[in-house]
Design a protein around this ligand. Structure first.
Ligand code: 6R9
Length: 664
């Protein structure tokens, strides 16, 4: 499919209830309304608009005078410079003061039935106690605290406790290996680590404390480990003097801790991203700007109103968990969900039962989960009452049109709006997305820039802006915005090199994108996910979408392999839906059909040179397909795969290696 073929994609209408007065969306009723709203938030009045939003949505302990300063060229971005603001106060105290019994957190535990509602009043007490414990451990403003905790409501309290006293949290996925944890603790020099005895997910128990202990053997700077008794598991290893029980320490301190007076540009958290090479980068965010981006995008992108119950299924160790599970919903004073389980435990109806049980108004997940559930069939989604849902979000990857339609038909039932939201750890909050009451979607497109954001597509070689419709280039942003990261922890030069120096005057996302005839943005994936076959620029996402259009296909990972004749050739790894009856002997015929499928959907030039049918794909815990791993295996560099610590199921690597070796 050439880039102009995006123009042929059918436009999906805005759901009737966003237009007929049932809902009153913040921005609507059509594209014109969006255009008008957007125009007022960029250009000459932009700073005034940001200042107004900051004062409307957040509580400032001291007002700011400067709205924006610094630049991409200078690498010295700063917002609301003189302002004093405490994120914990904004997310907890002001709502607890209004109504201490209002639900802050819906905790859906791994075992169905073990859910719990935590009120703003209760959250304030827990946050305060943990903050007081941290203070007793000697944690001060500007220190880092590593949070290696299960998906439980106390992990949210841990973030907010750090924020309360001006310490930066560094969350590490509970599924990360000991080595990965060790490297992250050492990089940010945390003296304190918060963890739990065990974590539980999908009925399986993970010895979290054991993993932490192994990691901490290599972390001489750690002085205190605070351990939440989560499962009550036995045989938890213990280092006397260093390890303390959460409940015992909490019982020794007062129930209230005053929020610290902090500057808007003080650090809020560090979050490590798994770069494809080198050691992980600790992306650093600051308080005022980040919190504004989080609150603003939850309000407008998800059209959130005060009594909503937000359900973001992302893990807390991911930027989506930070912004759309913790800070955004709580800064608006709505209920947020901590979902501890998996989409398929104990059955593939788990998400739908959770939405039904808590009458969630919003459901936010990743394409990988949607593809998995689509693969397991519609029967699981049919019996749940999903009528409370108003907006459904997708994030993390381009969403294949088939997955989009599945969400729309079977989950939203054509009543809810779907928002395909694009952002990055580095952007802090959503930068490209539809607004539910204003933008008609084209499945597969993240559509338009968010309020206050201006983007450009650049020619990757000349760095010139590409104007007009039907162009493809690298996605960059012009002008700074409040929630953009400020630096890489202890390595400002790396921040400049990776994001601000490649195209001076712009923030470089590392993603390629197309603008179609209507000005809609189609994210094509990381620029290293672009394949060039005999001069045809193909996106891995595009070929993958063509493959999963084929009836029995569940997921696909496409890479470019070196080829003497064509520069690169397309290689595809494909998994099948569970119900497909498949014998290894059928493989040649199936492969032939799949090649035909790609030829049919995209064109003969995109036909895969090789297709491997495999039981699973290598993925990160947040569900991103790690194409670099299959790329290296294909390139014969299977012994140089580098850091596999971010993989959800490391065992799949050997299965894929064997498959590739067997078909050479
Ligand atoms: C939020 C998150 C960022 C990368 C980003 C892009 C991909 C995220 C997307 C999307 C297409 C979307 N990405 N959302 N691609 N459509 N809606 O995932 O942050 O982990 O830092 O990853 O994810 O490639 O550059 P992070």
């Amino acid at each position: 499919m050439s880039n102009t073929a995006y123009d042929a994609v059918a436009v999906e209408p805005i759901p009737p209830r966003m237009r007929d007065g049932t809902e009153v969306p913040f921005v609507g009723p059509n594209f014109e309304a969006y255009k008008k709203a957007h125009a007022e938030t960029v250009g000459p009045n932009a700073d005034q608009w940001w200042a107004q939003m900051a004062r409307e949505l957040l509580h400032w302990d001291r007002d700011f005078q400067t709205i924006r300063s610094g630049s991409f060229e200078g690498g010295d971005i700063s917002w609301f410079t003189e302002g004093y603001i405490n994120a914990s106060y904004n997310c907890v105290d002001r709502w607890a003061a209004q109504d201490p019994n209002k639900t802050a957190i819906i905790y859906e535990a791994d075992e169905p039935g073990n859910h719990k509602y935590i009120s703003y009043g209760e959250l304030l007490r827990e946050v305060s106690r943990v903050a007081n414990v941290l203070k007793r451990f000697g944690v001060q403003k500007g220190d880092t605290v590593t949070v290696y905790m299960p998906m439980t409501w106390q992990a949210v309290a841990a973030f907010l406790a750090c924020a309360r006293i001006g310490a930066l949290h560094s969350a590490v996925f509970p599924g990360f290996s000991s080595e990965a944890l060790r490297d992250r603790v050492n990089d940010c020099r945390s003296r304190v680590v918060l963890t739990a005895d065990e974590s539980r997910r999908g009925g399986r128990t993970i010895a979290l404390k054991g993993l932490a202990d192994k990691a901490l053997e290599g972390c001489p700077v750690v002085e205190h480990v605070l351990v939440l008794k989560h499962t009550g598991g036995e045989n938890v290893g213990w280092v006397e003097g260093r390890d303390k029980w959460w409940h015992e320490e909490s019982a020794k301190v007062p129930n209230y801790c005053p929020p610290a007076l902090l500057n808007s540009e003080d650090g809020l958290f560090i979050l490590y991203t798994s770069g494809s090479t080198g050691k992980p980068k600790g992306i650093m965010h600051t308080i005022g700007g980040y919190l504004l981006g989080a609150a603003l995008s939850v309000k407008y992108v998800f059209d959130v109103h005060p009594d909503d119950r937000f359900g973001c299924m992302a893990d807390l160790g991911w930027i989506t968990g930070h912004t759309y599970l913790v800070y955004g919903p709580l800064a608006l004073g709505v209920a947020t969900t901590v979902f501890e389980s998996t989409p398929t435990y104990p059955t593939p109806a788990r998400f739908w039962e959770t939405i039904d049980r808590h009458q969630l108004t919003h459901f936010h997940t990743a394409p990988t989960a949607v593809r998995l559930l689509r693969r397991l069939g519609e029967s699981h989604v049919q019996n749940a009452d999903l009528s409370s849902l108003r907006v459904i979000g997708s994030v993390g990857e381009p969403i294949n049109p088939e997955a989009w339609h599945w969400l729309n038909d079977h989950v939203g039932r054509r009543q809810a709006a779907i928002v395909d939201t694009f952002f990055q750890t580095e952007t802090g909050s959503i930068v490209v997305s539809p607004l539910p009451g204003a933008i008609e979607c084209k499945p597969g497109s993240a559509t338009v820039p968010f309020l206050g954001h201006e983007y450009a597509l650049l020619d990757p070689v000349t760095g010139k802006e590409l104007d007009g419709p039907n162009v493809e280039g690298v996605l960059v942003f012009k002008n700074t915005w409040p929630s953009i990261a400020r630096s890489v922890w202890q390595d400002h030069n790396r921040w400049l090199d990776v994001y601000l120096r490649p195209y001076p005057g712009y923030f470089y996302t590392g993603d390629g994108a197309v603008r179609d005839k209507d000005g809609y943005i189609w994210i094509k994936g990381r620029v290293d996910d672009v394949i060039n076959v005999a001069g045809h620029r193909l996106s891995t996402a595009e070929i993958e979408s063509a493959l999963i259009l084929y009836d029995g296909v569940a997921e696909a990972a496409v890479i470019g392999a070196q080829d003497e004749l064509t520069g690169q050739a397309v290689h595809a790894f494909v998994t099948l839906k569970r119900e497909v009856k498949y014998e290894p002997a059928d493989e040649p015929a199936l492969v032939k059909e799949l090649v035909l499928q790609v030829r049919k959907v995209i064109g003969p030039f995109a036909a895969p040179r090789k297709i491997y049918i495999v039981p699973d794909l290598p993925k990160t815990r947040s569900g991103k397909i790690m194409r670099r791993i299959v790329r290296k295996i294909i390139a014969g560099e299977g012994d140089q795969l580098g850091d596999l610590s971010t993989l959800a199921e490391p065992g799949i690597v050997d299965v894929i290696k064997a498959k590739v070796a067997g078909s050479a």
